[in-house]
Design a protein around this ligand. Structure first.
Ligand SMILES: Cc1cc2nc3c(=O)[nH]c(=O)nc-3n(C[C@H](O)[C@H](O)[C@H](O)COP(=O)(O)OP(=O)(O)OC[C@H]3O[C@@H](n4cnc5c(N)ncnc54)[C@H](O)[C@@H]3O)c2cc1C
Length: 382
């Protein structure tokens, strides 16, 4: 594995860093405080090609691959975790459509997702009763003439109220013939489709600028052409998308942790107790040393998973390893950052408090830490 960045990867990283520092970071605290969906910032990201980093240029994307995408995510998340998760899901939706869509589906949706004509895309897999175990999904889609009729409920859907198009999973086969995940198919549902009802936004602990809603499908009719991929082949699509998505969430966690580390270093130099900067105490230095080391390890695991994906190699186990390690280390780092800030880490005046709230969810979504360990253990046990 060669970790030297090629010209495109370095360019994407630089561009994302510049935009994140100049435009996103100054807004991040207000986005959090006001629970404000970052519409104009997302448009700017789209103009830079960052809403479809892995999608080919023919479909409006940057065609820069997963390493570039992971680097861009880290930069955006360093500035604002809410913006980063919205970017992550939109990239994932674009990649899914590009990989499994018909020519007509790709032509209809990919350019709009990439260009920002759609503020975001959404990925609707989870349900009130089906989280870690999507096999118990209750949403159904039944054929009616030349249409599909979707009924059911989805839960926790990122950008659900803002997405131009959603990838929606529904059961198309009866449970007896198609047990578990075998009778599940995937559909593309456009915003505003009659029968698609958007629930109220969740009042979250962190990533408060991202939009998280429930969706109700009440006899929601979509054309036959809305089926994405093969009939009953939806679970495979979900798993492939989530493998890639885990690289995105690892990168989000790394970005948040980098911000927490940088602010901790600054604070440790500035804050004096016992007539000395707290940076001079070994207790602070050891915390910082662990933070730097763990961050590097998480970055390397994430780059390896991204590199494998870019090179067409299996990367599912490596993506899970990156996700569980990066998200758990980022939680440790953000917690240490609050500790280094003392009482000031516990109030909104300093960003350490926001980072700790934002980072918590990275161990939950795109598969909890426990689910990642199941994937890794399965592979370890052969
Ligand atoms: C802010 C936010 C945004 C989200 N965005 C999206 C989105 O855009 N699209 C989408 O489809 N979903 C989304 N999700 C849903 C997310 O993926 C789920 O919350 C997650 O998969 C866990 O499902 P659950 O919440 O139902 O928890 P459960 O599956 O009920 O799990 C509860 C606990 O039990 C543990 N557990 C479950 N099964 C096992 C097992 N076999 N072994 C050991 N432990 C187990 C879990 O790890 C967890 O600790 C989002 C969630 C949040 C909070």
């Amino acid at each position: 594995m060669d970790l030297t960045l090629d010209h495109t990867q370095a360019l994407i990283q630089k561009m994302a860093r510049e935009y994140a520092t100049r435009v996103i970071a100054p807004e991040a605290s207000a986005i959090d405080r006001e629970s404000r969906f970052p519409t104009s910032i997302l448009k700017g990201l789209a103009e830079l090609g960052l809403m479809a980093v892995g999608v080919s240029p023919e479909l409006g994307g940057s065609g820069a691959g997963t390493v570039a995408y992971a680097l861009a995510m880290q930069e955006v998340a360093r500035a604002c975790a809410s913006t980063a998760v919205t970017m992550a899901v939109t990239n994932m939706v674009g990649e899914v459509i590009a990989a499994f869509g018909t020519d007509a589906q790709k032509a209809r949706y990919n350019p709009k997702l990439a260009s920002g004509e759609y503020a975001a895309g959404a990925f609707a897999l989870s349900e009130p009763g089906a989280g870690s175990d999507p096999g118990v999904m209750a949403t159904t889609a039944r054929r009616d003439g030349d249409a599909w009729v979707i009924d059911g409920q989805k839960q926790w859907i990122t950008s659900g109220a803002h997405a131009g198009v959603m990838v929606v999973w529904a059961r198309t086969g009866d449970r007896e013939t198609f047990p578990g995940t075998r009778g599940v198919s995937c559909f593309l549902v456009e915003s505003g489709t009659p029968g698609l009802l958007i629930g109220k936004a969740e009042d979250k602990m962190g990533i408060r600028g991202s939009n998280t809603v429930s969706l109700t499908f009440d006899a929601c009719r979509v054309p036959e052409s809305a089926l994405l991929g093969e009939l009953h082949g939806g679970f495979k699509i979900a798993m492939m998308a989530l493998d890639g998505g885990r690289i995105g969430i690892s990168s989000q966690a790394i970005g948040i942790a980098r911000a927490a580390l940088a602010e901790s270093v600054q604070y440790a130099h500035d804050r004096k107790q016992f007539d000395k900067p707290i940076a001079s105490f070994q207790a602070t230095q050891w915390k910082l040393a662990d933070m730097v080391t763990e961050l590097d390890a998480a970055h390397l695991l994430t780059m390896r998973a991204a590199w494998l994906k870019d090179n067409g190699r299996p990367f599912s186990r490596e993506a899970s390893m990156a996700k569980v390690f990066a998200t758990e280390m980022a939680n440790r780092i953000c917690n240490k950052a609050v500790q280094i800030h003392g009482g000031y880490g516990y109030i909104r005046e300093f960003a350490a408090e926001r980072h700790l709230r934002d980072v918590r969810v990275t161990m939950i979504y795109e598969g909890t830490s426990e689910i990642q360990r199941i994937v890794i253990a399965r592979s370890a046990l052969g």
